[in-house]
Write a new protein. Structure first.
Length: 295
């Protein structure tokens, strides 16, 4: 069998997390229209009879304007250096932009196969897709160019076949049942954070984080407590909402996804704390530091 590590890179909001979820067939990475939702290096493990591919989802590469942006870029650059194949994703509907050109300039510094993935082709004609391919092909020496729709699942099998041609390892890094390198607790926390970002939009910055503090099996359900940590009281009020309506909606949507993840009923309790009042600061600080990322 063949194996290897493949990194998805690209500017924010091109569909990297959606694609990794589509390939793995499970919600490995959270998705949101908010730029730079992904702030961790997340691995999704694909297995079939002849190969094992470890896909690495990364934060969107962009010109940073604060320390958070610098840290996210650093993580994305690290993933490029530490994999066998790099897949650059672009948004077919958004078109070629400065962000894509910025990523391409960074790719010129590496010496490994780079596959261009033109995402979001659903709704485009064959002629329009062909024009998109021509738009990018002369900008970089891509080994392959594969048009897909991560959301619709179009052409994903062809993408896998293409990637397999460049796999060189013959080592099985994970067992067949493993889908990600992240813990269940981490994935639960990320699901809650996803709902916060989607429901509050620009009102709540990326400095919000979530930590699963309790997960207990009780008969036919899981009892789960998740702490939502913010850096000031004004954000706490937004997340809780008028008469607690926002936190209730966040919890309802998160519980639905968590039940799908765990395949069991869930009792989910969320509570919002400022970092100064949270009882487990040391655990939090290993996950994320607000002060490092303030503008």
């Amino acid at each position: 069998m063949k194996s290897g590590f493949v990194s998805f890179v690209g500017r924010p909001n091109v569909g990297k997390s959606t694609l990794i979820n589509s390939i793995i067939g499970s919600k490995i990475a959270i998705t949101s229209k908010v730029a730079n939702t992904t702030r961790n290096i997340i691995q999704g493990i694909y297995n079939d009879e002849e190969s094992q591919i470890v896909f690495v989802d990364t934060p969107g590469i962009h010109k940073p304007n604060n320390k958070l942006g610098q840290m996210l870029n650093k993580g994305a650059y690290y993933s490029i250096e530490d994999v066998d194949i790099v897949c650059m994703l672009v948004d077919a509907k958004a078109g070629l932009g400065k962000g894509d050109k910025y990523v391409i300039e960074k790719l010129k510094e590496i010496n490994k196969p780079v596959i261009l993935i033109i995402n979001k082709i659903d709704g485009l004609s064959k002629d329009e897709i062909f024009l998109k391919i021509n738009e990018y092909k002369d900008l970089y020496d891509f080994k392959e160019i594969v048009p897909i729709s991560a959301l619709k699942g179009n052409n994903i099998e062809e993408l896998i076949k293409t990637i397999k041609k460049y796999l060189k390892d013959e080592i099985k890094y994970f067992d067949d049942e493993t889908k990600t390198n992240k813990s269940i607790e981490f994935m639960i926390s990320e699901i809650v954070r996803e709902k916060i970002l989607n429901l509050t939009k620009e009102e709540v910055p990326h400095s919000v984080t979530c930590v699963t503090e309790k997960m207990v099996k009780d008969k036919d359900k899981n009892i789960i407590n998740v702490a939502v940590i913010v850096d000031r009281d004004s954000l706490k009020k937004i997340i809780i909402g008028k008469n607690g309506q926002m936190i209730k909606k966040i919890g309802t949507l998160a519980r639905e996804d968590i039940e799908k993840l765990l395949n069991t009923k869930v009792y989910l309790e969320l509570y919002v704390k400022t970092i100064e009042k949270w009882r487990d600061k040391e655990k939090y600080l290993t996950e994320f530091k607000f002060n490092d990322f303030m503008e």
